[in-house]
Design a protein around this ligand. Structure first.
Ligand SMILES: [Zn+2]
Ligand SMILES: [Zn+2]
Length: 346
């Protein structure tokens, strides 16, 4: 077994502390990864604080993981020692159900095995990427293209795929008008990717405070949702809206911005139920949809797409001692645009 240095919380209201955990011995298809960088995702905060249901403590969050392969099991064929690799939001699935067979392991009928706060096939709790090492079965490990640095690759494994997958699924591309609600960790990736796919991109943000950034990331237009005229002027405009905001919003107001056959996709997950007026949908054959990360094949496709189009997230690298402070800054929307932990500081 490998003893990993980690940062963990020991309760919903506890600060992070340095600990060690044991990673399992390598099974025949396992890869041992020395983690170099781990992104901080809003989901980490919800989970660590027990806001998405009870979790077992101590908990090591982190599902935006980038590092180097340092050992491989006897039957591993995809990776070798020294390879630059990543791990995202899941580390296994049943591999037998219809969705797994389609390569949509995130929607596994038996539930995918999340990278942290889950239970693996050995019956052990999974612990995430705020750690020096992790052991993952090779089929759930991604290859990081040469021209993407490890620190930039980390946020792509959640924020990147979470936005890439719905953009692909609902055919963002030339001639399509795409709006992105919220310019945070997810939103800024959605803008960059939708722009690279050739769509006309609009940011809908509470204020215009990040307008210069939004335009720099590839947005063609930028509007403040605090201004009621925005909703009047843009009514019936968009083919696709990606809603990255995980707070409760007036969903009918956003649905009214969709063109005929338009779709609004939620990728953020508010804790409380949303309500909507079905007339908003039927009056223009609109759809209200949701999307969760992406399958392993699509995640690799996203990494290769980002490499080809020179897309990387905007990041702020922090040390392990700054995680608590970073959480508060994420909650205050005071991050441009993703915190990434340098795990050499664990
Ligand atoms: Zn995430
Ligand atoms: Zn399955």
């Amino acid at each position: 077994m490998v003893t990993a240095k980690v940062r963990a919380v020991d309760g919903a209201d506890q600060p992070f502390q340095a600990m060690t955990i044991e990673r399992r011995d390598l099974d025949t298809q396992d890869v041992l990864i020395e983690i170099k960088f781990a992104g901080i995702c809003h989901s980490d905060i919800h989970t660590a604080r027990g806001e998405w249901g009870p979790v077992n403590y101590p908990l090591v969050p982190g599902h935006e993981i980038a590092g180097i392969v340092t050992a491989v099991g006897s039957e591993v064929t995809k990776y070798k020692i020294g390879d630059r690799v990543g791990v995202g939001c899941m580390v296994d699935s049943c591999r037998e159900c219809a969705n797994c067979k389609k390569g949509e392991e995130q929607y596994c009928h038996k539930g995918n095995v999340p990278t942290y706060a889950g239970v693996d096939k050995y019956g052990q709790p999974t612990q995430g990427g705020y750690a020096s090492h992790i052991v993952v079965t090779e089929d759930f490990v991604l290859g990081i293209p040469d021209n993407i640095s490890l620190e930039h690759a980390a946020p792509l494994l959640c924020a990147g795929i979470t936005t890439y997958s719905p953009l692909r699924t609902w055919n963002a591309g030339p001639g399509k008008k795409v709006a992105v609600v919220g310019l945070g960790g997810l939103g800024h990736m959605a803008v960059k990717i939708a722009h690279a796919m050739g769509s006309e991109v609009t940011v809908l943000s509470q204020s215009l405070s990040k307008k210069d950034d939004g335009l720099k990331f590839g947005a063609d237009h930028y509007y403040a949702t605090s201004n009621p005229e925005t909703f009047q002027n843009l009514a019936g405009t968009f083919d696709l809206i990606i809603n990255t905001v995980s707070a409760k919003i007036d969903i009918d107001a956003y649905i009214s911005l969709l063109a005929l056959d338009g779709t609004i996709v939620n990728v953020g997950a508010p804790a409380e139920p949303l309500s909507l007026n079905v007339f908003s949908l039927i009056s223009q054959r609109r759809s209200f949809a949701g999307s969760m990360i992406g399958g392993i094949r699509e995640t690799q496709e996203m990494l290769d797409f980002c490499a080809e189009h020179n897309i990387v997230p905007e990041i702020e690298i922090i040390s392990a001692d700054q995680i608590d402070e970073a959480y508060e800054r994420v909650l205050a929307s005071d991050v441009r645009y993703r915190f990434v932990i340098d795990t050499s500081t664990l």
